[in-house]
Design a protein around this ligand. Structure first.
Ligand code: SAM
Length: 290
């Protein structure tokens, strides 16, 4: 099949949106597309090195019943490597089945990504502020991994910041000597610092999202999580991809921030949920059925 040209001429696009990019207040043109089908086949339709960022969460360890389920992990990983641009990033949000012990599917997948050629740029933690998974003989599980895989060195990194507890001018320790006497010097403490790689989100209605329609899908991830990665690893005009897009969380945040978006899901029902959800936010998307 002929590979799809992702960056269609903007004036031709019925799926073109003009959004006010929250960070800058500037109007940005971006386009969205949803596709039904197995992501391996759909990814094969996309051109090499065409996506700057992938934010996705796969089904894992057959924990849930989705509508139509197929998960050829290695084929997906290979295709993701091919479609990722040089300097592009894949954020793979995954946990383990815990039944007795942990399945360690997450680790196996991370190692496979590395063997394929991705750099394990970071292994981040998505901490769930509520609804933790209780165990009688181990500590309560409250996290999933966010594997940040890059193709070469990440081309974009906009570090998200948090306010510091103390800031302003203070007498700071300076030139500490072996005699234990600390010299002090007036210096400025910064107002903010780069976040750590542990990110916490509330989950459930109001936390994950306020879009009630999204909960027709059984495993939505927080839209703030998608937003934070989109802001960190991409810039306006980039293409963000979610090959298992479910209720369209990544798409919503990508388009609201002026990134182009392609979402794929094996379930036509979930693609319809995603379409309606994006439409609720005034975001136009083209839908292509397999
Ligand atoms: C964990 S959910 C993703 C949820 C999404 N992040 C959200 O916020 O709504 C995984 C999705 O993968 C889809 N899926 C499973 N196998 C697939 C395949 N081979 N190709 C495309 N989608 C697939 C399922 O239908 C399901 O919607």
């Amino acid at each position: 099949m002929e590979q799809m040209e992702l960056t269609l001429a903007r004036e031709q696009r019925a799926n073109s949106n003009t959004v006010r990019e929250p960070a800058t207040g500037k109007n940005i043109e971006c386009a969205g597309k949803l596709m039904t089908g197995d992501c391996v086949g759909r990814l094969r339709e996309l051109a090499d090195a065409s996506a700057q960022l992938v934010v996705t969460s796969p089904p894992y360890d057959q924990l849930r019943e989705y509508n139509g389920y197929s998960f050829p992990f290695e084929d997906i990983a290979q295709e993701l490597y091919r479609v990722t641009a040089d300097g592009g990033v894949v954020v793979w949000v995954v946990g383990d089945r815990i039944r007795g012990g942990r399945s360690l599917t997450s680790f196996r997948q991370a190692l496979t990504f590395q063997q394929i050629g991705f750099s394990a740029h970071d292994i981040m933690i998505y901490q769930k502020k509520n609804t933790p998974f209780m165990r009688s003989n181990a500590y309560t599980n409250a996290y999933e991994f966010m594997f940040v895989l890059s193709k070469g060195k990440p081309a974009t990194f906009n570090p998200l910041k948090v306010p510091t507890a103390r800031h302003g001018m203070e007498l700071l320790t300076h030139n500490k000597l072996p005699d234990g006497i600390n010299k002090k010097k007036l210096g400025e403490l910064k107002k903010e610092k780069t976040r750590t790689n542990i990110w916490s989100y509330a989950v459930g209605l109001g936390g994950t999202t306020r879009d009630r329609i999204a909960f027709q899908h059984p495993a939505v991830f927080p839209e703030k999580l998608a937003e934070d990665h989109i802001l960190s690893w991409s810039k306006p005009g980039d293409l963000v991809l979610d090959p298992m897009c479910g209720s369209g969380t990544t798409g919503k945040m990508a388009l609201l921030h002026g990134r182009d978006f392609i979402g794929i899901d094996i379930s036509a029902e979930y693609i319809e949920i995603a379409r309606q959800r994006l439409e609720m936010h005034g975001l136009k998307v083209e839908v292509e059925y397999d």
